[in-house]
Design a protein around this ligand. Structure first.
Ligand SMILES: Cc1ncc(COP(=O)(O)O)c(C=O)c1O
Length: 439
């Protein structure tokens, strides 16, 4: 029995099943039970270290001492809410707004990315009077009743006629599903078709939600300007553009702080989540003032925990560490080298298709038949599990769950990247039934 399958872990799995049910799946086919984290490392109870190449919530590193200290200090002083004055809340909002394009000037706080996208929906419908939403084919924007309807995986009874879909941009090569349009003009026409679909169902668009890296659609990085035609058509139909920065945001893509900046667009609303508090639950909506004012004229919003002084302290500490440790530049430098090394490795394995993404958000696409672009779904899951057994954590993404998702804390360095590539190379070499590509 390996430490992973220890009797303690198996007993905990059983206790978990009894009180949490069976619906909450675990990440790996065996129990994974980290008990401590530091930087890019997670440690299990036996003291074994795992290189975390997956988790974006501990954005500046697991348990970063500056963030822990800021949290503890504020928790020991006072914790209130946004209806009381507090310097930290205002300072955090000021710092976030300062990173935005002119006009995106007003912050509302939430506790999660789902709440942020849900609130963005309320803002968009209030400001436009529209009732329809447009989302990409395999989007995920959270778990509230409104935004789970946008989830590409939701059944029709959970989604609804008020949601129309547009394929993610097919760029650079299209991914396993061959969906999407390869030019901005064609993608604009797809947006027009989605608007027309809504019209036929009796809805005018309130908003189009997009992840700036199209992560759950399979990680696409269209060039700046690609979205322009589509957004012009959206706005002509009175819809607002909502950039979901929950995954790509806060310096991860390296070249820019926010993903939408790389696309060269200015959204009407920006939503944030996962990495903002380095593990402390912080979500944010930033919108233009008139959108927020239109909302508050007829509705109210209060969130007991969101934007409290402890959360603000965590958020401010994350921004400070990001700047002081130059982690955006690190994401660009390490991410670019990692992408090159993964591309070189890909040439040695027939199973590997494209290497996609930007900065420290990369995808390694596994394909059974590169010509037919058939997703290697079972193989990707085997590789994910074997990587964990060999001490490296990655995830899976894309509609075929065939893209290894590499999205580590931004303190990931060149040695960490080399360990990831060496281990992945070894795991792929042992993958049954796949012949190595000609060297
Ligand atoms: C792009 C995106 N938006 C929103 C969410 C929802 O965030 P949360 O789980 O914090 O509610 C997620 C979570 O995975 C996400 O990936």
């Amino acid at each position: 029995m390996s430490p992973i399958d220890s009797l303690d872990n198996l007993a905990l799995v059983e206790r978990r099943r009894r009180v949490l049910g069976s619906g909450l799946r675990q990440f790996y086919e065996f129990p994974f039970h980290p008990v401590r984290g530091e930087g890019v490392w997670l440690y299990d109870a036996a003291g074994r270290a795992y290189l975390d190449a997956y988790n974006n919530v501990p954005h500046v590193g697991h348990c970063h001492p500056r963030v822990v200290e800021a949290l503890a200090r504020q928790a020991a002083r006072v914790n209130t809410n946004t209806r009381y004055l507090h310097e930290g809340i205002v300072a955090y909002a000021e710092q976030l707004v300062a990173t935005m394009p002119p006009g995106l000037d007003t912050c509302l706080f939430t506790c999660t990315g789902s709440e942020a996208n849900d609130l963005a929906w309320r803002l968009a419908t209030a400001a436009t009077g529209g009732t329809g939403a447009i989302a990409t084919q395999h989007a995920y924007h959270g778990n509230s009743t409104a935004v789970i309807a946008l989830d590409g995986a939701s059944p029709p009874e959970v989604s609804g006629p008020w949601v129309a879909r547009i394929p993610a941009p097919r760029y650079p090569a299209g991914g396993a599903w061959g969906e999407g349009e390869a030019t901005g003009a064609a993608w604009g026409a797809a947006m027009a078709a989605a608007i027309e679909t809504l019209r036929q169902r009796g809805h005018r668009p309130a908003a189009f939600y997009f992840c700036s890296l199209f992560a759950t659609d399979g990680l696409f990085v269209p060039p700046a300007g690609f979205l322009d035609d589509a957004l012009a058509r959206l706005r002509a139909a009175s819809g607002l553009a909502i950039a979901d920065e929950v995954q790509p945001g806060l310096g991860r893509i390296g070249t820019h702080l926010w993903g939408f900046q790389a696309l060269g667009v200015v959204p009407d609303i920006v939503t944030m989540g996962k990495p903002m508090g380095n593990g402390h639950p912080i979500g944010v909506v930033v919108a233009r003032r008139e959108i927020v004012d239109a909302f508050f004229r007829r509705q109210r919003y209060f969130n007991t925990f969101a934007g409290n002084p402890v959360s603000a302290a965590a958020g401010l500490a994350v921004l400070e560490v990001l700047r002081r440790e130059e982690l955006q530049a690190n994401a660009q430098r390490v991410g670019e080298q990692l992408k090159r090394d993964l591309q070189a490795m890909a040439a040695r394995h027939a199973l590997v298709g494209e290497i996609r993404g930007a900065g420290l958000f990369l995808g390694v696409e596994l394909l059974l038949d590169p010509a037919a672009r058939r997703p290697a779904t079972a193989e990707a899951r085997r590789v994910l599990n074997e990587l964990c057994r060999q001490g490296v954590l990655v995830g899976l993404t894309g509609p075929g769950a065939n893209i290894l998702k590499i999205r580590p804390p931004l303190v990931f360095d060149a040695a960490n990247a080399a360990q990831l590539v060496t281990t992945l190379d070894r795991v792929l070499s042992a993958e049954p039934g796949t012949s190595p590509a000609a060297a």
